[in-house]
Design a protein around this ligand. Structure first.
Ligand code: NAP
Length: 283
């Protein structure tokens, strides 16, 4: 039987409705600053989507598109300014940054209380200790999606493929904290197929089409495809072979699966920051 395809856009819409009520309860609009450096075309698309969603939710927005030649010191100075702006709750610097800028130094400079991407070591450290504050948006989106789709995690075997600080590593922590038994795979994993075949939940976050072969999937498994890959003919595809739909119980499409929820969780994190900054919830 073919897998149930998850409609990420519909889930994002439903989440947006709940978020609107939280925005309405705030004494002032939540503020989100988005900084992009250079002209990476994919980044331009991602940033435009984030800005559009923030606008629709009535956020106060500060958007910056800086030239590729921007000096690291200039970018750090802008982050400092945004960290101090009382109308800003969340500061986001879109990755990737041009090679002459040390991305780690820039991300570390964002104040942890405004780190709505959840990449600051303090926020990742809190997550590692099981007391999350700002959780990175894509892993949070995956957890939201699994919860909304009723995928049981407790006691289940979950495999995460990819160990970036942005997706795979924090997601493995979240799945473990939801009481799954988690295996984290990467480019040095031997016999990936055998590991995947054991899993009741599979998450692929690699960035290479066809990494997860359809015949590896355990029948009925929940398969979440985080990968976004552009083929030479212009099509967007994930990391999982499309024929996985014949074996999985649930599958997220690319596009229209995890992507919309990543943006939802960025909005959610910004509203959380505003709720904390205005005393509506404790930090
Ligand atoms: P990344 O930093 O490049 O990490 C890729 C990971 O995949 C690494 O841990 C790497 O292992 C592992 N890997 C590479 N080849 C592999 C193989 N053959 N078998 C097993 N593991 C392999 O990428 P990322 O930033 O996490 O992003 C991953 C994908 O998700 C990309 O396609 C990206 O565009 C997409 N993404 C989507 C969203 C969304 O909202 N939908 C958000 C973020 C990212 P090593 O550590 O050993 O090198």
């Amino acid at each position: 039987m073919a897998a149930r395809l998850v409609d990420g856009r519909a889930l994002a819409k439903r989440h947006g409705a709940a978020l609107r009520a939280r925005v309405a309860a705030l004494p002032r609009p939540p503020g989100l600053a988005v900084v992009r450096v250079g002209d990476d075309p994919a980044s331009a698309v991602y940033v435009a989507r984030k800005e559009q969603r923030a606008e629709r939710l009535g956020f106060h927005r500060r958007n910056f598109a800086l030239p590729a030649a921007t000096a690291e010191a200039e970018l750090l100075a802008l982050v400092d300014e945004l960290n101090a702006d009382p109308a800003v709750d969340g500061v986001l610097v879109q990755l990737p940054l041009p090679p002459h800028i040390d991305a780690t130094r820039v991300l570390d400079r964002i104040h942890p209380d405004r780190d709505v991407d959840g990449f600051h070591p303090r926020n990742l450290g809190l997550l590692a200790q099981g007391r999350p504050r700002f959780v990175p948006c894509t892993p949070r989106g995956v957890m939201h999606l699994l919860a909304e789709e009723g995928v049981a995690l407790e006691g289940r075997r979950a495999v995460v493929i990819g160990r970036s600080n942005i997706v795979g590593r924090p997601l493995a922590m979240l799945l473990e904290q939801a009481h799954a038994t988690v295996t984290l795979c990467h480019s040095r994993t031997r016999d990936l197929g055998a590991v995947v075949a054991e899993a009741e939940v599979v998450v692929a976050a690699v960035g290479r089409p066809g990494t997860v072969r359809a015949d590896w999937i355990r029948p009925g498994a929940a398969v979440v495809d985080v990968g976004v890959n552009r083929l030479p003919d212009g099509r967007l595809v994930g990391d999982v072979e499309p024929a996985a739909v014949e074996r999985a119980g649930l599958l997220t499409p690319v596009p229209g699966g995890v992507g919309p929820l990543t943006i939802s969780m960025l909005m959610d994190n910004t509203v959380r920051a505003a709720e904390a900054a205005t005393g509506l919830r404790p930090w």
